[in-house]
Design a protein around this ligand. Structure first.
Ligand code: BYC
Length: 321
């Protein structure tokens, strides 16, 4: 790689200009982006499964419509992200194979079950809340296609988060049973939501490089701390208790502006889940495998239709559609 090209690349990043797919980029920058964007795309589409499971059982028509739209949005997010990754020279089918063979990860959070309707509220409130905290800075990522995809994704995620909070609000101000259901969903999802931000900074292999290249704008711990600070007042509003006895205000955090201290995350559990041994890992991959196999005829049909379009440009005007 010529020094001059590398210099120009670094200067561009320093000037906050976007790197576009047809421009020079170091191989490691490309690899890091393919890894992160494809895993992000996989998280979106695997994330459709725990919620999709509730579409037929949502308690009212309004809730059903809201959930259906949310799950569809997530499919859309996966598509924007797969397209952004494709501009870096990997194909959709390669990415899919990496997911199905366990080579590529997807977010640990989607390996937990959703036993009650309150879990859907907790996912919207906490999981989409964590996703937004992580993803708003990605709108300023140095790689253009990823940054632009994130703008629209974040708008939709904000809506999902409000929807989740509203489900939790309805339950926590409802009957005692509903309130208990909301509290146990918070108990189940709190710690996995904190794990979404990744390993602590001292154990994160990729953060330094990614922050230097302005792919990530904050470290994993910085974002996790911001998330806890944002969520504690929301939990109070919901009159729910965060399941952490060590949670306490510390005025010295954030350079004297204050922030919450919190208990130790179970990193063994995190490692087990990202290495394929969480409560729902096997089910999630089995569902993606069967969707891929059952969708073979759709891929064949679209490929055949596309090929036909190139040989007979008049087919649509003849009423073939
Ligand atoms: N789960 O060096 P590190 C959503 C992996 S959901 C699984 O810190 P990095 C949604 C990491 O990939 C959220 N794996 O890595 C919401 C790496 O392994 P590899 C999806 C994890 O990349 C609602 C290794 O651990 N969001 O959007 O600098 C409904 C070392 O970690 C996790 C994104 O993906 C985890 N929690 O930082 C539907 C956002 N954490 O690749 C959908 C974009 C770490 O070396 N991604 N690992 O084998 C990121 O911001 C970063 O990739 C991470 C990790 C903060 C996740």
């Amino acid at each position: 790689m010529s020094e001059k090209k590398l210099d120009l690349f670094e200067q561009k990043i320093a000037r906050e200009e976007k790197i576009e797919p047809n421009e020079f980029m170091p191989d490691d920058y490309r690899r890091t982006l393919i890894r992160q964007i494809s895993q992000h795309a996989h998280s979106e589409v695997v994330g459709m499964l725990p919620e999709g499971n509730w579409i037929t059982r949502a308690p009212t028509l309004k809730r059903k419509l809201g959930l259906l739209a949310k799950v569809q949005d997530e499919g859309g997010h996966g598509l924007y992200l797969y397209c952004a990754a494709e501009t870096l020279g990997i194909t959709r089918s390669e990415m899919n194979q990496q997911l199905l063979t366990g080579k590529a990860k997807y977010s640990s959070i989607f390996n937990y079950p959703t036993p009650t309707w309150a879990d859907i509220g907790a996912i919207g409130w906490l999981v989409d809340g964590a996703a937004i905290m992580n993803q708003i800075p990605l709108c300023r990522c140095s790689f253009g296609p990823y940054a632009r995809a994130m703008v629209r994704i974040c708008k939709e995620e904000s809506f999902h988060q409000r929807q989740g909070f509203e489900i939790m609000m309805t339950l926590s101000f409802g009957t005692k049973d509903q309130r208990d259901m909301a509290q146990s969903a918070l108990d189940r999802w709190w710690w996995p939501a904190l794990m979404m931000f990744g390993p602590s900074d001292k154990d994160s292999l990729n953060t330094n490089k990614s922050v230097k290249w302005k792919i990530k704008r904050f470290t994993n711990d910085q974002l996790r701390n911001k998330f806890v600070d944002a969520m504690v007042p929301q939990a109070k509003k919901l009159r729910l208790t965060i399941p952490d006895k060590k949670l306490s205000w510390n005025q010295n955090n954030n350079n004297g502006k204050g922030g919450y201290d919190f208990g130790e995350i179970d990193w063994d559990e995190f490692k087990r889940v990202i290495n394929g041994d969480g409560p729902m890992n096997r089910e999630r991959i089995a569902a993606k495998k069967s969707a891929w196999e059952e969708g073979a005829w759709v891929r064949r049909a679209t490929a055949a239709y596309a090929a036909r379009g190139t040989t007979s440009s008049t087919s649509t005007s003849k009423g073939v559609l």
